[in-house]
Every structure is written in structure tokens, then in C-alpha cells.
Design a protein around this ligand. Structure first.
Ligand SMILES: [Zn+2]
Length: 111
């Protein structure tokens, strides 16, 4: 079972206490964006085999959204961090790079 530590309340929450929110770090496309950029924002999501940065909500706890870095193959959790973060904290990046030395956070801006 997936267990994530909520960075806000500090609880170790089991998967059944959480609500998934999909890919993290998406950039919202405003009215000035192209139709193609808006379509990518609405529908195009990465589904990587390996490291994935995700949004989760502590639905049956404090109710707040947070971000998690985990491996979709091994289910290893590299860490969780605050939803307002634009990139994963360096300690999480270091943990990821111990397993995947060439890993780089990807830009999610579709345009
Ligand atoms: Zn919480």
C-alpha cells in the first residue's frame, strides 16, 4: 500500500486517506494561449515509467493538497513537499538521483 507523509500535518497517510490529483507542476494556460497549448494543458499528461511528480490531497486528514515524488515502477516514495513549490526540494532531488543519476525535473509547460 502506498503511504505518503503529508507535509502540512505530518501524518503518514495510507492511500485510502488520500485523493490523487494527477501530474504536478502543470502550467495553466490563460486566455492568451493558443488552442493547441490549452488542449495540451487540459488533456495531455505524462505517464512515465519511473519517477513521477504528482499531486495528492489529504482528503481524510487536513484536506490540503501536496506534491509527491515517487517511482511508478518500484512504488518508492522519494518525498512529499508543499503544493506551492515550483520544483521539488533539493533533498528530494538528491534522493531521486541516488537511484536515477541522470534524472532531471521536466518542464510541464506545454507551449
Ligand atoms: Zn495532512
Amino acid at each position: 500500500m502506498l503511504i505518503l507523509t503529508c507535509p502540512y500535518c505530518g501524518l503518514n497517510a495510507e492511500e485510502t486517506e488520500l485523493h490523487p490529483g494527477g501530474e504536478a507542476h502543470l502550467t495553466r494556460i490563460g486566455p492568451a494561449g493558443s488552442d493547441d497549448a490549452f488542449e495540451d494543458y487540459m488533456f495531455a499528461r505524462r505517464n512515465p515509467k519511473g519517477v513521477h511528480l504528482e499531486r495528492w490531497r489529504h482528503a481524510y486528514g487536513c484536506g490540503k493538497w501536496f506534491l509527491a515524488a515517487r517511482d511508478t515502477v518500484t512504488m518508492q516514495v522519494y518525498g512529499t513537499y508543499f503544493a506551492q513549490s515550483r520544483t521539488p526540494p533539493q533533498d528530494i532531488v538528491d534522493r531521486i538521483r541516488k537511484v536515477h543519476p541522470d534524472w532531471q525535473p521536466q518542464e510541464s509547460d506545454p507551449a
